[in-house]
Design a protein around this ligand. Sequence first.
Ligand code: SF4
Length: 340
Amino acid sequence: MKRHILEFLPNELNKYLIQINEKKYRTKQVLNWIYANKTLNFHNMSTLPESLREILTRDLDNYLPQILKVDISSDGTKKYLLSLADDKRIEMVLIPREEKNTLCISSQVGCAHGCNFCATASLGLIRNLKVYEILSQVFLAMMELKQKKLTNIVFMGMGEPLDNLENVIKSVKILQHEQCFKFSPRRITISTCGIIPKLKELTDSGLKIKLAVSLNSAIQEKREKIMPSCKKYPLPELKKALLNFRKGTPYRITFEYVLIKDFNMGKEDVKTLLKFLGDISCKLNVIVWNEVESLPYKAPTENEIENFINSMKKLSFAVTFRKSRGEDINAACGQLAAKV
Ligand code: SF4
């Protein structure tokens, strides 16, 4: 199988070009075509000799997923349905917000975790995305944005990024490399439901990124009820793994807490949450549940949301309330299911 051009770190591309008897400076030229001129078509790389363009076309893959459908929300959020080379479908979401353009990308086709507030879970795990399939989403978004800058990337689309850790780590290295996509570590967030062994691997890898944890309850039994795979990951152990991760990063961990009416907003929920978060240097991001047709949960009222946020004011760190974007096109948190 041909290797995809987006999967090369500069030193790997250099090695390949030397193997085919090319000069070192060709690496810079090829990278410049890809990342500055946004082309993956080897025939368009006019500063390369014809013979090299032929060899690259013969040796390497440059396939980009096809955009099958774009849904545009009244708030400007765009949801893209993409078809991969094997005809599997994924979604990515582009969220414009004042000066920021954030891209929410997928790391898997489907997901194994069965969180019962999440539409992706209904697909089950189909397969991991390859490195180039993760990066293609970023590449396509940059082409879509034209002159506007893509500022932030969040691994919060379909899939659990830590279940595809090797490919996610390689993708992030290419995203951050100064000769490739050039994203600063603080502009990339990986969101997880808290797979403890993988968190340890991520910590050991030394990768610099921001981490978000989908918490949703600090009461083990309740968390398991909506996130069944968390049975294997007791909250005290999760906390230990997160404190360890935090030692190696300048960035505070973000905890995502989806507010579900009559489920995780009562006095006991608040008390346990305050205790769980109290000694972690973190941020709490409160999101209102996005109703999904097939699920029984309801969104809280404005009043209930306000009461919950006020009860969190006892915490010394930032509590942010985020209204999900793209709800009207099923592009908000937990709504991605790659339906045509
Ligand atoms: S919330 Fe995340 S981990 Fe849970 S099923 Fe959905 S995609 Fe998977």
